[in-house]
Ligand binder design. Structure first.
Ligand code: CA
Length: 229
């Protein structure tokens, strides 16, 4: 497993590289944005740990650039303080997860493992179909009635979790734990925000009701894709 760390705080970068190398990862380090982008473009990494505030080119731009080039390497973003990083914006640029500094090494390690597991699972996962809705886990793409639907990484993850439990009620807490990982202690309403966004993109334009709210219990993805009578 080859990891790239792009972090201008040299002591932090060195500490992370040391820890991850000791676990058997092959680790490359870049201390500025341009060098980081170049390495990411030239070599094939399993995961990139990417600081946001970087000299040369910031982390948002690196992330957006890689995704625009079709590079789907999982990216874990590091952000200096709460508020600096806009989750919606960051995840829209294609980052898969983020951590606010200071973070514990154990949490970082767990997030890296979770992202690698998710990617390995996704690589061999089948396309899930519900009526005219297709959720392609490997390509991270969603299509309805032949139309591509652009989702953020987080929206896709929420949809995927509901899709894997189609026909069953899934609680908000469960979605939070699965999609935001265990370290997330934010507002559970973030799930509602993402479900609303999904409905706006997947259902409204097509006259469907794919995701049903089950009062006091959670959400259910309808196995027929939510065809309205
Ligand atoms: Ca920095």
């Amino acid at each position: 497993m080859r990891l790239l760390i792009v972090e201008d705080e040299r002591r932090l970068a060195a500490a992370l590289a040391r820890g991850l190398s000791a676990e058997g990862f092959v680790v490359d380090v870049a201390h500025d944005g341009l060098a980081g982008l170049r390495l990411a473009q030239e070599r094939d990494y399993d995961l990139i740990v990417l600081d946001i505030m970087l000299p040369g080119l910031n982390g948002y731009r690196i992330c957006a650039r890689l995704r625009a080039e079709g590079d789907e390497t999982p990216i874990l973003v590091l952000t200096a303080k709460d508020g600096e990083f806009d989750e919606a914006e960051g995840l829209d640029t294609g980052a898969d997860d983020y951590l606010t500094k200071p973070f514990s090494y154990v949490v970082l390690q767990a997030r890296i493992r979770a992202l690698l597991r998710r990617r390995n699972r996704a690589r061999t996962a089948p396309v899930l179909r519900f009526g005219d809705l297709a959720v392609d886990q490997a390509a991270r793409r969603v299509e309805r009635a032949g139309t591509d639907i652009a989702l953020t990484a987080r929206e896709f993850a929420v949809l995927e979790h509901l899709a894997l439990h189609a026909g069953q009620v899934v609680s908000k807490t469960d979605i939070l734990a699965q999609v935001w990982d265990f370290a997330y202690d934010g507002d559970p309403n973030v799930v509602e925000v993402h479900v609303s966004a999904l409905r706006r993109k997947l259902d409204t334009p097509f006259g469907r009701r794919t995701i049903t709210t089950v009062r006091g219990a959670g959400y259910r993805l309808e196995t027929d894709g939510g065809l309205l009578a």
